[in-house]
Ligand binder design. Structure first.
Ligand code: HEC
Length: 220
């Protein structure tokens, strides 16, 4: 063989090997993951939900500041911080394409923001409600400092309408000071985004991951 064909074989081999190790092997291992079905109740996890709200989450760039991944105990303090009872694994993300794993954490991880039942109450910030409902999220999106005084999350006011009150106040009107005779109500995008946030719950036990000893038991 000539020297150039050695070089060619070397370069080709390097690319072929990395493609095999980084694309083919992972695809075989986790490419066809299906939801885990409980043999007794027939209940499946995860399920596909709140797709529209997920699109709003992506469009607004929430993932620039928020991650959605819980690292195991050896690789980080996520579980100790109370962000989840167990690490997240590939199966948690089979219906989220793309998965919003996130690269930066300017704000807290949102993997399980839809549930707070597993939270270790002792570590929970007493100023925050134990379980966040839609009303909390609307206020927080409209004006983060109204619920978390020192928050530096940007407000998303354009997801809300200032509407003249005709007759009775709307049920979902925000409890914020505004012009007399007007009310602040969430737009469709805000409603979809909040249903997405409330659907975020990856506390369901999975066979491939053990909850670390001493972690609070998941809510279901
Ligand atoms: C510039 C960074 C930044 C962006 C972009 C951002 N956030 Fe935040 N977020 C924060 C910070 C910082 C906090 C912590 C302070 C607070 O609770 O307000 C936070 C807190 C939160 C919380 C409360 C979580 C908890 O467990 O306390 C939620 C929910 C949230 N953000 C949702 C969103 C959503 C939805 C979007 C997109 C519409 C978004 N954030 C965009 C920085 C950001």
């Amino acid at each position: 063989m000539s020297r150039s064909s050695y070089l060619f074989t070397g370069i080709f081999g390097t690319f072929a090997l990395s493609c095999l190790a980084l694309v083919v092997v992972p695809q075989v291992q986790i490419g066809n993951l299906q939801p885990q079905v409980d043999p007794e109740s027939g209940e499946a996890y995860p399920i596909a939900n709140a797709r529209k709200g997920r699109d709003v989450y992506a469009a607004e760039g929430c993932f620039y500041c928020h991650s959605q991944q819980i690292r195991d105990e050896q690789n980080g303090l996520d579980i100790e911080r109370g962000w989840g009872p167990r690490r997240t694994v590939a199966r948690d993300y089979i219906f989220t394409n793309p998965p919003f794993l996130g690269t930066m954490r300017l704000g807290p991880d949102l993997t399980n923001v839809g549930t707070a039942d597993w939270r270790n109450e002792a570590k929970e910030d007493p100023r925050k409600p134990a379980r966040r409902n839609a009303a909390w999220h609307y206020l927080h999106l409209y004006q983060p400092t109204s619920v978390v005084t020192e928050s530096n999350m940007p407000p998303y006011r354009y997801l809300f309408d200032l509407r003249k009150i005709g007759g009775e106040r709307s049920l979902d009107a925000l409890n914020v000071p505004t012009k007399a005779g007007y009310e602040v109500v969430p737009k469709a995008e805000a409603k979809e985004l909040v249903s997405y946030l409330l659907s975020l719950d990856r506390t369901h036990p999975l066979n491939e991951v053990k909850a670390p000893a001493g972690a609070p038991a998941p809510a279901k």
